[in-house]
Design a protein around this ligand. Structure first.
Ligand code: 8DG
Length: 138
């Protein structure tokens, strides 16, 4: 219990629509940081690949099948409740309309306006804006 905590791997997915909107979800009651907004995802289970965890979480939480996703960036953060290593993926290619299967709120956002956001996710928004709104008009 008292050993230095090793980081927990977390798979996180950013669904991106052709117009650049991204999907955020609100953490449910009973979890650390309940009510905070985040990109959907969750902890990688033992013997599971990060991509497999990502796909599993999206099916469980949203009923969405990710067809392809590219690894975007990694962020480590030490919270009072856990030391996490977040693996962010971007997907523009999924099947199904997101549904709230675990009772959480979801919102498609252009410039992200929902608050509060999980602390480790905040820096990502600026990087994401550079990706979405600079350069290629995709
Ligand atoms: N999904 C997600 N988690 C994030 C983000 N930013 C961030 O710091 N985290 C942290 C919060 C949590 O400590 C951890 C995710 O763990 P979780 O508790 O939500 O995962 P889970 O759904 O597998 O939970 P569990 O009920 O199985 O314990 O990653 C983010 O943008 N999305």
């Amino acid at each position: 219990m008292s050993e230095a905590k090793r980081p927990i791997d977390v798979a996180v997915g950013i669904l991106m629509r052709p117009n650049g909107d991204v999907l955020l979800g609100q953490r449910p009651e009973g979890k650390p940081y309940a009510g905070y907004w985040e990109f959907p995802g969750g902890k990688v289970e033992p013997d599971e690949s990060i991509l497999a965890a990502l796909k599993r979480e999206f099916v469980e939480e949203l009923g969405v099948e990710i067809e392809s996703a590219e690894e975007w960036c990694g962020v480590e953060h030490v919270y009072p409740h856990a030391h996490v290593r977040l693996h962010f993926f971007i997907s523009r290619d999924w099947r199904g309309e997101p549904q709230s299967l675990e009772g959480q709120a979801f919102a498609w956002q252009g410039s992200v306006g929902v608050t509060p956001l999980l602390p480790a996710t905040i820096p990502l928004l600026e990087w994401l804006d550079q990706l979405r709104y600079a350069g290629s008009g995709r």
